[in-house]
Every structure is written in C-alpha cells, then in structure tokens.
Design a protein around this ligand. Structure first.
Ligand SMILES: *Cc1c(COP(=O)(O)O)cnc(C)c1O
Length: 365
C-alpha cells in the first residue's frame, strides 16, 4: 500500500523523482532484506548478501548500456563535482592540455578545477548566447595531442542537450552525463569515460558512477592518493573502503525498473513524449511562454522557459505550487522556470503540467 501523495508532481532538478515502485520495494525490504533480519544499511559491505547487490548493480549497468570488456565500471563518492578534480588529477599530464567544451555552469565548474593540475583550454563555448545552444565542433577546434576533451552531455541548468556527440578521433572523450545518463541508448564505445552523480536519473544522492576505458586507465597518473585514484576503485571492485551501500542498492533497483519499462529504447520514447507535451505548450503559446534553449539544442530532461513578464511568472510559479507542481523554479543562477522530466517522472505529471500551462495562459492573456 502506498502512502505517496498522488497529487504531488515532482519536477525537482536533483535530487529528483524516483520510481514509486522502487521506493515501495525498498520500504518493504527496509527492515528485513532477503530474510537476513537486517536492513541493507546494516549489512557488512564484505558480506555475500551485499556483494550480490553490488555486483548486480554493476552488471545491470553493463547490460543496459552494452558495455564491453574494454571498460571498467566503478562507484565513487563526492558527487559529479569531485570528478571535476579527479579527472585532471588522474589524466592531465605535464606535456599535454585538456580541452573543455563550455555549455553551461557545470562545464565551467569542471574547467575551473583543472588549474590545480595542469593546462586546460576552451575548445568551444556557447556562453555568448547565454548557453542557449550546443556549439559546433570540428577536428581543427582541438589538438590531436590533448590529454582529453571534456563535455557536459545535458546542461541541467540551461536546458540544452547534445543531440549527437563529436568525433574526437584518438583524443579521449570524457563526458559528464549526470543529468541524462540512462535516458536513452548510447554507443559507449565513443567515450573514454562517462561519469554521473546518481541523483538525477539513477537513484539517491551519494553514489557516483564512472565508466572508464581501460586504455585511459593505463595512462593514469600513479602518483596520487589512493582514494583519488581510479585504479584503486578498479582494483578493489569499488570496495577499497566502505561504499554507499544503500545508495548502490537503490541504484540497482532503479536499473531493474528500467529493464521492466522495456529498457533504454522504451525509456527514450517515453522521455520524448513527456518532453513534447511541455515543449508543445511553449511552442503553441504565441509567445506567452518562451523556451530558453534553441530548438535544435533542446534537452529532453530539463525544460527551461520564461513566462511573458516577471509578474506573471511569479503568479505562474505560485499557482503551480498550489496545484501540486514541485520544483518548477529555474536554477537560482538563471531564474525563470524549469521542469525536470527525468526517467522517473511519470507521463501523467508532464501531461498535467502542459494542461496547467495552457489553462494559465488562457486565464492570463
Ligand atoms: C547535478 C550535476 C552536477 C553536480 O553533481 P553533484 O553530484 O552534486 O556533485 C554536475 N554535472 C551535472 C551535469 C549535473 O547535472
């Protein structure tokens, strides 16, 4: 029996909605996991029972993304934000530079951390147009000798998303996929490394996933602290120290739920439909609502828009709260409105929001 309030539509940007079925299963198992008489949280991380949870989550990730043996999958802590430092610490060398493609606040934060470790530069940037678009990348915008190229696949704050990824040839491509990981099928082989904080599409906060190609790992700096070296996590199957066991359990359950939805193709189709309800409400509003992102760069995960004027925008956001829509305020750095429509946000919520947007427009124009 669920006591989840059916009248709440959660559009939070992160942490964000989790599938109700997953929360209910966790609730059911909370005090007695698989007949152990203990919660998952109370199990030793060295026990067989936990090990199965841990390895199950890793193998589901590998299966859903078709990850080959060329890659290692590890669980880290410190959020995607710690990866901003760990990446240059592990992979930036004295002889090379790192290229960063700037598409928003998270790219900026990632770039800022490189200064402690070596030289980095901007490959391209859409800052001049307020990060409304994804820049064009060609082979002569980066150097063949770069240590790596870094990009943010989905820009959570500005609401843009890469529609296809640039070919960086021999230069390793490293992607922050925090806000669109597992939202659609991808070809992992295009990337040297993918990383993501779990709290948008994969589970609760506290776990970070990294998928790293072995040839990149081989080149990694060996002269760094154990907890900051990817190799430690690989060598110890992410069990060098105590991992966030409950978060990893939840992540495994979210992946099972994705499988039950029909896998990533089915999830992608749903995500397209969900976003289209809201984008249609924007596009058919005769300018009452305006989207922040250029149409060809629009995100299916974070839909950013403004209401005609500031007074109406305040009214819109206040009425939305009364109607049970949670988390529609834009990020504090950009303002406006943002609906985050991650995997676990149900279709009904997106339909309800598009209906509310149309009604609000009718009443106020
Ligand atoms: C949320 C987010 C982050 C930050 O994640 P933390 O886990 O809070 O460090 C980084 N990059 C992107 C794209 C995000 O959406």
């Amino acid at each position: 029996m669920t006591n989840r309030n059916q009248n709440v539509y959660n559009f939070n940007a992160g942490p964000s909605a989790l599938p109700t079925a997953v929360l209910e299963k966790a609730q059911q198992e909370l005090t007695n996991f698989q007949g152990t008489g203990m919660s998952v949280m109370e199990l030793s991380h060295r026990s067989k029972t936990y090990e199965d949870v841990h390895n199950g989550a890793i193998s589901r990730l590998k299966k859903l993304y078709n990850i080959s043996d060329e890659y290692e999958v590890v669980f880290l802590q410190g959020g995607a934000s710690l990866q901003f430092s760990m990446i240059p610490m592990n992979f930036l060398t004295e002889e090379q530079k790192a290229g960063y493609i700037m598409t928003g606040s998270w790219s900026e934060k990632a770039f800022t951390e490189t200064k402690f470790f070596g030289e980095a530069y901007h490959v391209a940037s859409s800052k001049e147009d307020q990060y409304r678009s994804i820049p064009e990348i060609s082979a002569n915008t980066f150097n063949d000798n770069d240590a790596y190229i870094h990009l943010t696949s989905n820009n959570t704050i500005y609401g843009t998303q890469w529609q296809s990824f640039p070919d960086t040839a021999e230069v390793p491509l490293i992607v922050d996929m925090s806000s669109d990981i597992m939202s659609k099928p991808i070809d992992v082989n295009k990337f040297a490394m993918i990383y993501a904080g779990a709290q948008k599409n994969l589970g609760p906060s506290g776990v970070t996933v990294a998928i790293i190609r072995k040839d990149l790992l081989e080149k990694a700096n060996k002269n760094i602290p154990s907890m900051l070296s990817y190799q430690t996590y690989v060598d110890k199957n992410s069990l060098y120290n105590t991992p966030p066991t409950f978060g990893i359990y939840m992540l495994g359950e979210v992946l099972k739920w994705i499988e039950l939805q029909g896998g990533l193709s089915a999830i992608a189709k749903l995500n397209e439909e969900k976003a289209s309800y809201i984008y249609d409400a924007i596009d058919n509003s005769d300018g009452f609502y305006t989207g922040h992102a250029e149409k060809n760069s629009r995100s299916l995960m974070n839909i950013t828009f403004r209401v005609q004027n500031e007074e109406l925008e305040k009214k819109f956001l206040a009425e939305a709260v009364d109607k049970g829509f949670v988390g529609l305020n834009g990020h504090r750095s950009v303002g406006g409105c943002r609906a985050s429509t991650y995997n676990a946000v149900p279709q009904e919520a997106c339909l309800a929001l598009s209906e509310f947007m149309k009604e609000f427009q009718q009443k106020n124009s």
